[in-house]
Design a protein around this ligand. Structure first.
Ligand code: EPU
Length: 346
């Protein structure tokens, strides 16, 4: 059984979620190993309280205080395996900071995750929503995930295909609460081609001879591009894109284009992703501020907490945006962050 002294009570979570919502956890523990994770889960089961696994807190919204046990994943590990010619496997503990890992791999000359620089959050959270940016997704390099299967109590290994990755989606979302990711293995390469086709990135490197670029140059380029549009959560609390880009059938996309010729999106072979930012922007929300919360003035997809906004304030704003977009374009936006915590404690 976990040492009771390590379980804290009534812990402030404001600094542990990137929207800086001033929620509290009834119980809280930080775990640094598989063993202490197991013990924390047992403790929660014993107490009949629900556990909540917390990574960097950058993809969740506290609607209120959390009435159960918040387990903060702090398993750290960074090592290389199977170095074979140009390729190598980077083994990472779930508690590692994602951006630090990107810079670590890029500095070592390994390619594959440089486009994912500056994405807030931890390694363990990255596979849950298959993080992606600038034409790259985690699934492009992920080899396998180790996770504690709460159905069996065993640590298992899920290969890339078993993770059922798609756009901002994975098995970890389909079966919420079942798996707790402990380790992630990425297969990186010193020679794979960079992915520089995404418009903002292509514009950034325009005129440069991209043949001489290192993964660190690309990561730095991505950081510069992101900083132009996306607010730093440390300065202006936010959870990144608040909505997913809706995926519509191609004929819907063409119909939308006929009505709004400059609509932004990413048509594929049999469906299209519509840029939710464009839809929200068209409804006039960009830069809107309602006292404590608002919509970022350079990227309409990002909701921000200017000062002391509650989870309820953010959700109310999200609802208004969603109804406007639905009324105007007939498209239902889906939220990206998970909503947790409802019971007020005070
Ligand atoms: N646009 C607007 N108004 C805005 C912002 C953008 O009209 O306020 C238009 C742009 O002109 C562009 C299009 O919308 O034509 C797409 O904008 P952007 O390139 O900024 O990308 P996005 O589709 O809005 C996605 C990801 C981001 C990721 C960027 C870059 C989702 C939900 N979001 O945004 O991910 O950084 O592409 O690859 O897929 C995140 O998940 O937290 C995140 C920031």
């Amino acid at each position: 059984m976990i040492d009771k002294a390590r379980i804290q009570e009534n812990v402030f979570l404001g600094e542990m979620n990137s929207l800086a919502i001033a929620a509290r956890a009834r119980y809280f523990v930080s775990v640094t190993s598989l063993e202490s994770l197991r013990q924390a889960l047992d403790w929660a089961a014993d107490k009949s309280v629900e556990p909540l696994i917390l990574g960097g807190g950058s993809n969740l919204l506290f609607a209120g205080d959390y009435p159960g046990l918040v387990i903060r994943m702090a398993i750290s590990r960074r090592c290389w395996e199977h170095i074979d010619g140009d390729e190598a496997t980077l083994v990472l503990g779930a508690g590692e900071n994602w951006h630090d890992v990107v810079m670590y791999a890029a500095s070592a000359g390994y390619r594959g995750i440089e486009n994912l620089a500056l994405i807030p959050g931890t390694v363990g959270a990255a596979p849950v929503q298959n993080i992606g940016a600038y034409g790259a997704e985690l699934r492009d390099t992920l080899l396998e995930v180790s996770a504690l299967d709460r159905h069996t109590g065993q640590e298992i290994s899920l290969t890339n295909s078993l993770c059922h990755f798609s756009y901002r989606d994975s098995v970890f979302k389909h079966e919420p609460g079942r798996y707790v990711i402990t380790t992630v293995r990425l297969r990186l390469s010193r020679s794979r081609p960079f992915s520089l086709g995404y418009r903002d990135l292509a514009d950034y490197f325009e005129g440069q001879d991209t043949r001489d670029l290192t993964p660190l140059d690309v990561a730095n380029g991505v950081m510069a591009v992101r900083r132009r549009k996306l607010p730093d959560p440390a300065q202006l609390p936010n959870a990144g894109s608040f909505f997913k880009n809706p995926v519509v059938p191609l004929d819907t996309w063409h119909a939308l284009q006929r009505t709004w010729p400059d609509i932004a999106g990413y048509p594929g072979d049999d469906s299209a992703k519509v840029a939710a930012a464009w839809l929200i922007d068209q409804c006039g929300w960009k830069g809107y501020r309602n006292g404590r919360v608002g919509v970022h003035n350079r990227q309409a997809l990002v909701l921000v907490n200017h000062s002391g906004g509650s989870g309820g304030d953010v959700l109310a704003l999200a609802d208004r945006i969603r109804s406007d977009v639905e009324a105007r374009f007939g498209i239902a936006l889906e939220m990206e962050p998970g909503v947790v915590g409802t019971t007020p404690m005070h």
